[in-house]
Design a protein around this ligand. Structure first.
Ligand SMILES: C[S@@+](CC[C@H](N)C(=O)[O-])C[C@H]1O[C@@H](n2cnc3c(N)ncnc32)[C@H](O)[C@@H]1O
Length: 435
């Protein structure tokens, strides 16, 4: 999770967007939009046909954008293809390196997923994010409308060195498909859309498809350009790019992106600014003031949201069978061994660390006192994520003195920020306390 100060600060990218793109590119990068690699001019749309005004986005020119994206790699020269194979590294490094490293850190830090979590990378392009997420032990599915991009992503994965058996073999698969045609349902813990949405012709259908693909409680992480002001140089560059490549270069007004996320059914929608920089200790105040000014008009839409778990859902999605094993007491500590089976339909995401992310599942012990009152004890993260049908061993440890006035010790599970499993029809376990 990003710290408060990071939320308060401005984006680091304002300056970067003005810098030269990689040597191979020799052109300017429109503000807030990732660099694309030019190849020979493939076609011109002449005269440009401006499609009906899309509220909240730069309108398209009426081009078949999916086709533009499918043929994009074929239009690149050797240095362009090399970049896709090595992104974000080049020698010497270009501005994309710092940008991608910062962004990747934000994604893994915010999502804070446990090993083997299922992640969907939508508009994965050459797959650098998919590759790195897979190297973190996540199971990644990357999708892109371009067969050529998918082929590059697959090759990148094959080239990842496996050092020894202790290191998880990176798990990633790639499929060529459009973002509004995702066939998945209730499958992924998280979806990442990095510099991709400004290419999607139908943002509503795409977000609906991502929403369908996520498990209840699953999260979406969007990093996207902000629509430049009408008539600005940034807008002109995007239009030229559309004319040149036939692709769609249509970033979003922040409020519009928030609106369509809500319409697609996402909740807990939060906007962030990315603010990584080396602060000069000699002029911290001035630098912070500059960052604050930039925060007032971020050039990047960095937005996270969550698919809700339906309230009052007693469909059996969140069900557990909690079996109490050995109960032991030693040196004033009580240990309780549990076997916890996922007997519901939902995938349980383990919380990587405290504070527990919304939607992650934790073990939640509490005391039932003789007078009927209930005291919650510290919750404990699952040692790993648990798919439906699997079980996990957990040992809880308590200070015996703290339990002495209790009539009973009970153990339930909690979907953090969502509900107790007991509220959904699952039965908490009762632990007999030693006399
Ligand atoms: C600017 S690239 C970014 C790729 C990748 N996320 C990265 O950071 O390198 C955007 C990608 O979106 C893909 N794309 C465009 N329209 C798409 C669509 N409708 N569905 C899926 N992918 C699409 C393009 O083919 C391209 O690879």
């Amino acid at each position: 999770m990003l710290s408060r100060i990071q939320r308060a600060l401005g984006p680091p990218l304002a300056r970067l967007a003005e810098l030269e793109a990689p040597d191979a590119l020799r052109r300017r990068v429109p503000a807030g939009v990732s660099s694309r690699l030019p190849g020979p001019l493939r076609r011109r749309l002449s005269p440009p046909q401006v499609a009906a005004e899309a509220p909240g986005r730069l309108p398209s020119l009426g081009q078949d954008a999916d086709e533009g994206h499918r043929s994009y790699v074929a239009s690149l020269d050797a240095s362009g293809v090399r970049w896709l194979n090595t992104k974000p590294f080049s020698a010497p490094p270009n501005h994309e390196l710092a940008r991608c490293l910062h962004s990747f850190a934000h994604i893994v830090e915010y999502l804070s997923l446990p090993e083997s979590a299922q992640v969907l990378d939508v508009g994965c392009g050459p797959g650098w994010i998919s590759e790195w997420l897979a190297r973190c032990g996540y199971h990644v599915t990357g999708v892109d409308v371009s067969e050529d991009m998918v082929a590059i992503a697959r090759q990148r994965l094959e080239r990842v060195p496996v050092v020894d058996d202790a290191q998880p073999t990176p798990q990633a698969e790639f499929e060529a498909m459009a973002s509004d045609e995702l066939p998945y349902e209730d499958r992924f813990d998280a979806a990442v859309l990095y510099d991709a949405m400004h290419h999607f012709t139908d943002e509503r259908a795409s977000l609906a498809a991502v929403h369908r693909s996520l498990i209840p409680g699953g999260r979406i992480y969007i990093h996207e350009g902000v629509r430049p002001p009408a008539g600005s140089a940034g807008e002109r560059e995007l239009i030229e790019e559309m004319e040149r490549y036939g692709t769609l270069e249509s970033p979003f007004d922040p409020a519009y992106l928030v609106q369509v996320l809500g319409e697609a059914g996402f909740v807990d929608i939060e906007r962030y600014v990315e603010a990584d920089l080396l602060l000069d200790l000699g002029s911290v105040k001035g630098e912070l003031a500059g960052l604050r000014r930039r925060a007032e008009a971020p050039e990047t839409n960095t937005i996270v949201a969550r698919k809700p778990i339906p309230s009052g859902d007693t469909s059996g999605r969140l069900m557990a069978d909690i079996e109490v094993g050995e109960v032991g007491e030693r040196d004033g500590r009580l240990t309780v061994a549990l076997t916890i089976a996922n007997t519901g339909a939902a995938f349980w995401t383990a919380a990587g660390r405290y504070p527990f992310p919304v939607g992650s599942v934790t073990v939640a012990p509490y005391l039932r006192r003789a007078d009927g009152s209930r005291d919650e004890l510290d919750r404990v993260a699952l040692p790993r994520s648990v798919p439906s049908g699997e079980s996990v061993e957990v040992t809880l440890e308590f200070d015996s003195a703290a339990l002495s006035t209790a009539a009973e010790l009970a153990v339930d599970l909690v979907a953090e920020g969502v509900c107790w499993f007991g509220e959904r029809g699952s039965s908490p376990a009762t632990v007999e306390l030693p006399g």
